[in-house]
Design a protein around this ligand. Structure first.
Ligand SMILES: *Cc1c(COP(=O)(O)O)cnc(C)c1O
Length: 392
């Protein structure tokens, strides 16, 4: 096993056709074969790159190999979005009568999948407080097939004890599927403690430049084969250009994440104790209730933090209005710092009661630090926070 920087650059060695140093974009929906016999071969090859792009493409294979290398997994598969990855995993591995365990604090799309879509196909669910490992134990049933984990979670930065949950789930005969979008393999390797599948919104840190929507899932060849068989039916196919852009982003992932980590920690420390701020949620702060767990299972604490303003909604508005470098935008994991007021972003999608029950307060601002200079970013946020003092 090489280091992560080397894996990001060389994880696809041998999969790049020709002599070009940068992989060519194979913008072809279909591929020719010299004989009918050869055609039968390529059409049945699992995740092959020479039949039809929905089945596989050289640009897909390169990304999958690199992410598998970064995550320490056997192999992988790319999809058109992160949701394309998790919905394909669910449809591949679940059937009517099964049960899934899902966290109460998790990406909204994952909540919708588990609590909205899957029940229509006869799959039951239980939502748990991820900070309470015993809650996972209590939720597991003989019918439980999948435990859907996300740590740190979006947007509350709550942690799941990966090793403990994997042990419980495996003892109950369930597979553990980890959303590693927030941490990235640079900060956290779920396969090292036995997670069965790891997936990403490639749209976020992996791509890293807010210019591509993509998803990736990695795991054992046997599981990925099952996911692929479903993926060719669900058809969430990533375009070759987008696969190329994703790979281009991943090449610098270890470098970028170092800066994201440093910026988020500096911002968290600078804002904690500011008179406008009630609380900073960041696993790297000693004040995070699960800081000890963060130190145990993460090597860096990620680029995302939550800032809760004393002034509630008005305080959040003042902070957001005062920022010069940060852009108000959905998504995260970009070279540019992105900020969002989760309560407003999800107001039209999830009802206010559910948002409050999930712990998303009116004063919460989610900050995804970019790779700007740390001092500039800290100065921008401190100036904006000054505007939020005594507001609300
Ligand atoms: C954005 C996000 C997703 C969904 O990914 P898409 O690429 O938008 O489909 C899933 N999980 C987390 C943690 C995310 O932030």
């Amino acid at each position: 096993m090489t280091g992560l920087g080397t894996a990001a650059v060389h994880g696809d060695d041998g999969l790049v056709p020709g002599a070009a140093v940068a992989p060519p974009i194979v913008q072809s929906a279909t591929f020719s074969a010299e004989s009918d016999e050869r055609f039968t071969e390529i059409a049945t090859e699992s995740r092959g790159s020479a039949f039809y792009t929905r089945y596989g493409n050289p640009n897909h294979a390169q990304v999958a190999a690199v992410v598998a290398a970064l995550e320490g997994a056997e192999t992988g598969l790319v999809t058109a979005s992160g949701m394309g990855a998790i919905s394909t995993v669910a449809l591949a591995l679940l059937r009517a009568g099964d049960h899934v365990v899902v966290q109460r604090s998790t990406y909204g799309g994952t909540t919708s999948l588990a609590t909205g879509l899957l029940p229509r196909f006869g799959v039951a669910y239980t939502q748990v407080d991820q900070t309470d490992t015993a809650a996972f134990a209590g939720a597991l049933r003989p019918q439980t097939r999948l435990v859907l984990v996300e740590t740190p979670s979006n947007p509350l930065l709550e942690l799941t004890d990966l090793a403990a949950v994997v042990e419980l789930a495996h003892a109950a005969g369930a597979l553990v599927v980890v959303d590693n979008t927030f941490a990235t393999p640079v900060n956290q390797r779920p396969t090292a403690v036995g997670a069965d599948l790891v997936w990403h919104s490639g749209t976020k840190f992996l791509g890293g430049h807010s210019d591509v929507s993509a998803g990736v899932v990695v795991g054992s060849a046997a599981l990925i084969e099952r996911v692929w068989r479903t993926a060719i039916v669900t058809g969430a196919t990533l375009g070759p250009v987008d696969a190329w852009l994703l790979l281009r982003g991943i090449r610098t992932l270890p470098l970028r994440v170092e800066r994201h980590n440093a910026n988020a920690l500096a911002l968290a420390r600078a804002l904690e104790g500011h008179p406008a701020v009630a609380r900073v949620r960041y696993p790297g702060l000693a004040s995070h209730p699960q800081h000890a767990l963060a130190r145990r299972q993460m090597t860096g604490f990620g680029g995302v933090l939550g800032v809760e303003l004393r002034g509630g909604r008005a305080g959040a508005t003042a902070l957001l209005g005062g920022l010069r470098l940060a852009k108000r935008a959905a998504s995260l994991g970009s070279v540019s710092t992105l900020v969002v007021h989760p309560r407003s972003m999800w107001a039209g999608i999830v009802d206010a009661g559910q948002l409050a029950a999930a712990g998303i307060s009116d004063g919460l601002v989610r900050v995804s630090t970019g790779i700007e200079d740390t001092a500039d970013l800290v100065a921008d946020f401190l100036a904006a926070a000054d505007l939020a003092v005594d507001v609300g």
